[in-house]
Design a protein around this ligand. Sequence first.
Ligand code: GTP
Ligand code: MG
Length: 334
Amino acid sequence: MPLGTVIKDAASGLVIADLSDHTPVTVAKGGKGGFGNSHYATPTRQIPKFAKPGMPGEDIQVTLELKLIADVGLIGFPNVGKSTLISTISAARPKIANYHFTTLVPTLGVVRCGEGASFVCADIPGLIEGASEGVGLGHDFLRHVERCRLLLHVVDVSGSECRDPKEDFAKINEELAKFSPELAQRPQIVVANKCDIATEEQIAEFKAFVEEQGLEFMAVSAATMQGVRELPGKVYNRLKDIPPVPVFAAQYKKAEKAAGSRSFTVAKTAPHTFTVDAPWLERILAGSNVDDYESLQYFQRQLGESGLLDELVRQGVEENDTILIGEYQFDYIF
Ligand SMILES: Nc1nc2c(ncn2[C@@H]2O[C@H](COP(=O)(O)OP(=O)(O)OP(=O)(O)O)[C@@H](O)[C@H]2O)c(=O)[nH]1
Ligand SMILES: [Mg+2]
């Protein structure tokens, strides 16, 4: 699995493991191997007529969610210039065009800002109102910025598409909050892009609006590179104070009934008849030769060791009662 994959139980959605580092994780253990009859061969028992079947492995349905591991995520409406921005500060070359949803898949770029200093930035498809409910492309991609430590919230400050930058900003934040309240709390730098085609008043008004909310503001133009050169350094300095986003803690607990356990249920289903539900025992039966003395001995040992005989006695089994185990039928003889 690629690093960053989160493994969840498909039924409950609980996190089983977060593959954020190289620690190996076993989600479902394999079964125990059986032994063929040659394993039981001895000088005096040259042709054993029994074998020991293996035990099945654990079995679980999981969903695998890939969440990119990037320090910084670029978010914003479509066409605001997110891809243009990442292409100016990193070697990433996502498609850039003047229409909505140009970016269809997330792109990562490494942004270098001086000797040995760098961070990873993720460009994701544009978000629109309702993204958290699946409108547009956004929802599916929000998970990729879920573990970014800092969000660069890109806004078209020129309102070139006849939208109000303040409304854009608020709508995207609403979608973040709907997707994950934690993501909405992530530190943001608001990047007012397209300054080259915005008026001074537009920029000043939006700047005041952003700073009123206590957020850091930057005016840039990815097209003319105005203000873009300072961006990596500013982001890098901010990142220094932001702790890594914690990995997803495991929430999922394995069911008690582990594979290989010898659990069973016994029920009196008719007078003098007991039905045993124990799939492991059926497998032993299937693999043994009931006409063979040694096979039977092994089988009886399993009955004793698993506590099944005690349970039958506890439920009042009597001599010659019928015991049903799957397709097999036995008489109870002391
Ligand atoms: N005038 C101007 N145009 C810009 C600027 N930045 C980007 N653009 C243009 O805006 C359009 C959209 O740019 P993209 O970088 O593709 O926008 P995006 O946010 O990645 O869009 P999606 O991937 O669709 O979400 C392109 O035509 C860019 O050339 C800017 O600073 N000034
Ligand atoms: Mg794009």
